[in-house]
Design a protein around this ligand. Structure first.
Ligand code: ATP
Length: 259
């Protein structure tokens, strides 16, 4: 689905932030990108979406170089869920979500009834149908994040790229979003998400990319890549990983140690 080979990128005036970076996301994968603040995770996502142009290397989506894929077509393949942001425009939540139809209908076209129906269905799926007429600027950070996920679902792309999808959510909504992500993967979506919570890797993901100083320093299954040693190297914090029983399946949990 997504093949990244040996890319490099730096912001103008600075040296390379990303260098020699390669990764693959297969159909149905849930990939967790872990790394400390400033490692380059969001920058990498922006490169994958073609928002920032890589200096060297290749990014292929469904076998085609993204630079050669028209933006609307790329948006029908990959949907982006940015970190929850504010907007200066007083859009209704439903209007924000209907915007997900833009790659299908064009910037100037008026959304049809069926476009609005797709958006309303996404709101229902995420349990926020009651917010449809609220202003995006007047709902909570967590509700905004759910709205942005609804917009991505409305886009009906086959891959979701999510930047810290649970960052401003309360505990219950974090679990809700993790379940939604798992269900979306079950429906055939490929998912690449950044997270500051290594537990997400164990709970949800079949693959982990560990990023530091603009490089992928480890890639593989969560059990191989998320270890007490790797986490303490990555974050400079002591971490204990324990197994707890959840029915028949033991689940690994990371616990940071203060001492
Ligand atoms: N538009 C920009 N222009 C110049 N430098 C930038 C820009 N955006 C990010 N950077 C720099 O690039 C580095 C990586 O930033 P990035 O946002 O990709 O990291 P991140 O891993 O997503 O961090 P976090 O976990 O804190 O969100 C940082 O040092 C940041 O200051």
């Amino acid at each position: 689905m997504l093949q990244v080979k040996n890319i490099s990128f730096g912001y103008s005036g600075a040296g390379n932030l990303l260098s020699g970076l390669s990764l693959t996301v297969q159909d149905g994968d849930i990939v967790c990108l872990l790394g400390p603040n400033g490692a380059g995770k969001t920058t990498l996502l922006r490169c994958l979406l073609g928002i920032s142009k890589v200096h060297t290397g290749s990014i292929r989506v469904k076998g085609r170089e993204i630079a050669s894929v028209p933006p609307a077509e790329l948006s029908r393949t990959i949907a982006y869920v940015p970190q929850a942001t504010d907007t200066v425009f007083p859009y209704r939540v439903l209007d924000m979500v209907v915007m997900g139809r833009t790659p299908h209908i064009g910037f100037t076209a008026v959304p049809s009834r069926s476009d609005v129906a797709v958006a309303k269905e996404a709101l229902r799926e995420l349990g926020i149908a009651h917010l449809a007429d609220c202003l995006f600027s007047e709902i909570s950070g967590g509700e905004r994040q759910l709205t942005l996920i609804a917009r991505a679902i409305t886009q009906q792309a086959s891959m979701l790229v999510m930047d810290e999808p649970t960052s401003s959510l309360d505990y219950g909504n974090q679990v809700r979003i993790l379940k939604v992500i798992s269900q979306l993967a079950g429906q055939g979506y490929s998912i690449l998400m950044t997270s500051h919570f290594p537990n997400h890797a164990f709970m949800l993901c079949n693959k982990v990319l560990v990023m530091k100083h603009g490089r992928i320093i480890a890639a593989g299954r969560p059990e191989e890549t998320v270890t007490e040693n790797s986490l303490s190297n990555l974050y400079g914090a002591r971490v204990k990983i324990v197994e707890i029983a959840d029915g028949a399946t033991p689940v690994k949990v990371c616990i940071p140690l203060l001492a």
